[in-house]
Design a protein around this ligand. Structure first.
Ligand code: GTP
Ligand code: MG
Length: 199
């Protein structure tokens, strides 16, 4: 898929206020600071469309962008940010859960995983929660530029081993780096395939 246009639409805290359309929607989620906003900018060839920050918790709203006037891309707040207060964390959790469970145009969620780390319980819990709720997803490993190619492969294999404890089949996954612009075509072509399979 070629990116022709990508524009910000609206930010919300509530799923009921998200755009009232039926065009297919793809969301990006993961732990705070995993690189969601950076990935969205990389995928859409934009430098600052989605706001990024070295400080976890930058994205706190459901942010809709429209791509090629054809599909919505959604930047979500991160989960598992230890520094937010208990109440805030509950709120982020509720925003995310109700968006994922109730948003009808949502066809696939990309779950971002930091390729540098060993499998994190919170990521595995989130993936299992998606599975329990029958929500389609794909995995996107981020920040591949930060470790060697060998480590990228061994960390991906370790993550797959952790998934095999709960999953009979492994999900689709992509290796990406927003800094090195790696993985753009793979993710965009997957989105195109999913859109075509809907028609
Ligand atoms: P929240 O909105 O706070 O949940 O974070 P986020 O997941 O949107 O992460 P964001 O894109 O803001 O990136 C967090 C930090 O990681 C920033 O300092 C980015 O520059 C850095 N970063 C993101 N992606 C990459 C990457 O592929 N490579 C490298 N080296 N750094 C990255
Ligand atoms: Mg963000």
């Amino acid at each position: 898929m070629k990116i022709k246009t990508a524009e910000f639409v609206i930010s919300n805290t509530e799923v009921t206020k998200c755009p009232a359309t039926t065009i297919p929607e793809f969301a990006f989620i993961g732990r705070s600071n995993v690189g969601k906003s950076s990935l969205i900018n990389m995928l859409t060839n934009r430098k600052k469309m989605a706001k990024t920050s070295g400080r976890p918790g930058k994205t706190q709203l459901i942010n809709h962008f429209i791509v090629n006037n054809e599909w919505h891309l959604v930047d979500l707040p991160g989960y598992g940010w230890a520094r937010v207060s208990k109440t805030d964390r509950g709120k982020f959790g509720d925003i995310i859960a109700s968006y994922l469970l109730d948003r009808e145009p949502l066809v696939c969620t990309f779950i971002l995983i930091d390729i540098r780390l060993k499998p994190q319980p919170i990521d595995l819990e989130f993936i299992n929660w998606m599975g329990e709720n029958n929500l389609p997803f794909a995995l996107v490993f981020t920040k591949a530029d930060k470790i060697s190619k060998n480590k990228v492969e061994s960390h991906r294999a370790a993550f797959n081993r952790a998934l095999k404890a709960d999953w009979a089949e492994l999900p689709v996954s992509f290796i990406t780096s927003s800094l090195a612009k790696q993985g753009q075509e793979g993710v965009l072509d997957y989105i195109e395939d999913v859109i075509n399979s809907l028609e």
